[in-house]
Design a protein around this ligand. Structure first.
Ligand code: FAD
Ligand code: NAP
Ligand code: SF4
Length: 676
């Protein structure tokens, strides 16, 4: 597996007692499968595909060393012999494919969403309703023993090592920082005391497992919360961990309660790699860079620059199990890139649902969504090359069907061509690139600029027709809606018509928020945002010259004055993604956008937009009103019965416009094509 394009990435890493075949690590992700014993077959299949895809090292989702450490009630735990056989299924699958795997030991501390939570001090976290009990000295000793027992069982189960989770604000991080640790005994006070628990955990694990077992420690190098550690403290802890027996130092950025985004799509690629680079100069063991690294080029560049010895990518392995194999064989254009949307992974995890991936619905469903070669190839027409149609066409062709894809416009991608115009959503272009290449490799015949009719489809004698024609915009019945100041979001985002400086946006769904971000952005500033601009806007100091690396944010000057309106009385943006919605709300708030709920639209005329809110009439004196009021299905093909002709199937927006997103569109396309 060698490719001169990525010499650093594909170089083995010799750890003395064992060698990793390359510098790529699949970082820990909670899939939801690890919490129930009956899902371990599915979990093993998930990891097997990633190991077969060539990744050098895999880290499992977080497994708790005891009940107090659960993230959720009855969360995945490894604390007695009876748990070992389940884990053996996972390690066997990975080893059979030539991979290596670590078990992540995660004690959630006060982040646990369950009543047994403990922490350094009895300080409730803002993200769990359960107030923790401060661990007693005996409780601390029992916790250390639990970590060591968990590592011992992991070794028995065949793992190649463990990762001790010490970042993102979990228990060990809580002890490390004065933000939570207000103890006055030997476990609190100066950093030498606050780091005692982390060090004892590592020493006790090392004593238990011996020297030929990887201990990775995920160290919080940038807490991004008030009361976080200083750079000197970060380095002191790292050096002490090395002395205590850690083999590899992974890096972590931001507590879960931090108000700075660290992984959503608007965070620039590899934004934090330089911090790992600074740490690497302070220790003698391999250091791993992490967060928003999603393509081989960024990974190779940061390794070549000396920022790290390994690169951790987590979500990119949900998006594409064969990431490394494709990079190694010169097929980087075939990589299905993680676009950082969080919609099917973290948003699912936080809703206690099984994780998957928006761009790859097979993720965590490897045994259920299977693309079997067909014995009865058929002629299939797919109409519409948006996410739904692209997904259906490529899966059907991969299975051996003869597929023709008709698209009315001059390019594939559907609404993703519009989504990628939004500042911070540039990654959406990667999905179009991926599908474009996949159409070539699977041999789909693509007919662009072809708005097909039902008659044409019937005349061509297809066996199956998949209607993926998407949606049309909803035009609300507001008096004056035909006024020249009224624009649709497509005119603004796709056609780039001129927009005035004062704008009212009707509709505060995902597209209303996106349109807001587009209109706030000064077109003179480059996109994607350079790291320095992004850190300035969010108040991040990558030199960590302040505790936690927080400084005063310097918001960009808003390019326009905006009003974002909705009829519902709920908080605008309440329906956005759980793990990304707050970032969009914060971005618009920083831009001074006035968000109004409970709005009644009275009329639009030369004076502006007339509204009534809370019984009071007012006029928003704006230059333009932009309509983002949702969509309706576009289906002009399946209106009448098919008779003896082909079978018609509807997917994506064509099937149902309500609550449509690309996750559903791509999944429906893949599921249908897997059945045909
Ligand atoms: P579409 O993408 O609408 O594709 C339909 C295609 O069919 C079009 O290319 C059209 O030209 C073609 N077509 C129509 N009629 C015919 C015909 N008769 N013959 C041939 N071709 C035809 N979703 C998310 O999940 N996350 C996001 O963050 C997100 N952000 C968005 C931001 C913006 C600004 C926009 C506009 C959308 C966003 N979406 C997002 C929504 C997402 O893009 C849609 O849910 C998704 O594209 C729907 O896929 P689809 O294939 O059903 O339809
Ligand atoms: P949406 O989320 O359904 O929002 C539509 C908005 O229009 C709502 O604010 C609604 O609020 C308003 N509206 C509906 N009917 C109206 C009417 N007759 N008159 C005036 N206002 C009306 O749809 P969208 O924003 O168009 O997004 C489409 C899909 O793309 C969504 O399902 C979303 O998941 C996806 N998307 C996701 C993201 C993301 O970041 N995850 C981003 C963009 C798009 P009221 O009814 O209260 O007025
Ligand atoms: Fe990446 Fe989105 Fe897939 Fe999650 S759902 S892995 S963020 S593309």
């Amino acid at each position: 597996m060698t490719n001169t394009a990525y010499p650093h990435l594909l170089q083995p890493l010799d750890l003395g007692f064992t060698t990793l075949k390359n510098r790529v690590m699949m970082g820990s992700m909670h899939t939801g499968l690890e919490d129930r014993f009956y899902n371990y077959g599915k979990l093993a299949a998930f990891y097997r595909e990633r190991a077969a895809g060539g990744v050098g090292l895999i880290v499992t989702g977080g497994i708790s060393p005891n009940r107090q450490g659960w993230l959720l009630p009855m969360g995945g735990t490894l604390n007695f012999l009876g748990d070992v056989p389940n884990h053996r299924r996972v390690t066997r699958a990975v080893h059979e494919e030539g991979g290596k795997i670590l078990l992540q030991i995660l004690h959630a501390g006060r982040y646990g969403y369950q009543p047994f939570v403990v922490s350094a001090s009895a300080t409730k976290s803002p993200i769990s309703p359960f107030k923790p009990r401060a661990l007693t000295e005996r409780g601390i000793e029992a916790t250390i023993r639990a970590y060591a027992r968990c590592a011992k069982l992991a070794k028995m189960a065949g793992y190649d090592g463990v990762e001790v989770m010490g970042s993102e604000g979990y228990l060990l991080n809580q002890f490390l920082c004065a933000r939570v640790n207000t103890r006055s005994d030997q476990w609190g006070g100066p950093i030498e005391n606050r780091m005692r628990l982390a060090l004892e955990v590592v020493r006790r694990i090392r004593d238990t497992v011996g020297s030929d077992f990887i201990i990775m420690y995920r160290h919080s190098v940038l807490d991004l919360v008030e009361g976080g550690n200083t750079w000197d403290e970060v380095v002191t802890v790292a050096r002490a961990l090395e002395q205590a027996g850690v083999t590899i130092l992974n890096t972590g950025y931001g507590w879960h309660e931090a108000r700075v985004p660290t992984i959503v799509t608007s965070v620039p690629r590899a934004a934090f790699a330089g911090v790992a680079g600074r740490l690497r100069k302070e220790v003698g063991i391999p250091v791993v860079a992490s967060n928003r690294i999603n393509m081989p080029h960024e990974a190779e560049t940061l390794l070549a620059r000396g920022d790290a010895d390994m690169v951790s990518m987590a979500r990119p392995f949900l998006a594409d199990a064969a990431f490394v194999a494709k990079a190694a064989s010169g097929r980087v254009d075939e990589i299905n890139t993680c676009i950082g949307c969080n919609q099917a992974c973290l948003d699912h995890t936080f809703a206690n649902r099984r994780a998957s991936c928006l761009v790859n619905p097979r993720a965590c469903h490897e045994t259920e969504l299977v693309y079997v070669k067909t014995n009865t190839p058929r002629r299939i027409a797919v109409v519409g090359a948006g996410p739904a149609g692209l997904s259906a066409a490529t899966v059907a062709a991969e299975r051996g069907h003869q597929v023709t894809l008709f698209e009315a416009s001059h390019r594939i991608g559907g609404q993703f061509n519009v989504a990628m115009q939004i500042p911070g959503k540039e990654e959406f272009a990667e999905t179009i690139r991926y599908f474009g290449r996949k159409l070539e490799t699977t041999g789909v015949q693509v007919a662009l600029n072809r708005r097909v009719t039902r008659e044409e489809l019937l005349a061509q004698g297809f066996d199956e027709v998949i209607v993926a024609t998407g949606v049309r915009m909803r035009k609300p019945a507001i008096p004056g809606i035909e006024h020249p100041m009224v624009l649709s979001y497509l005119e603004v985002l796709r056609d780039k018509v001129q927009v005035g400086k004062r704008v009212a946006i009707i509709g505060a769904g995902g597209i209303g928020f996106d349109t807001g971000e587009f209109l706030l952005h000064d077109p003179a500033h480059p996109l994607p945002q350079p790291v320095s601009t992004w850190t300035g806007e969010w108040g991040v100091d990558l030199n960590v010259s302040t505790p936690g690396g927080l400084v005063q944010p310097v918001p960009a000057h808003p390019y326009r004055q905006l009003w974002l309106l909705q009829r519902k009385t709920t908080r605008p943006g309440a329906g956005l993604g759980k793990t990304s919605g707050w970032v969009h709300r914060a971005a618009l708030s920083r831009g001074g956008v006035r968000m109004m709920a409970g709005v009644q639209y009275d009329r639009i005329d030369d004076a502006g937009l007339h509204i009534t809110v809370g019984g009071k009439q007012q006029v928003l004196e704006v230059d333009n009103v932009v309509i983002c009021a949702g969509q309706e299905s576009l289906d002009e093909l399946t209106a009448a019965e098919a008779g003896n002709g082909p079978r018609f199937h509807k997917i994506g927006g064509a099937a149902l416009a309500a609550e449509l997103d690309a996750k559903r569109a791509i999944r429906e396309g893949a599921e249908l094509a897997a059945r045909l």
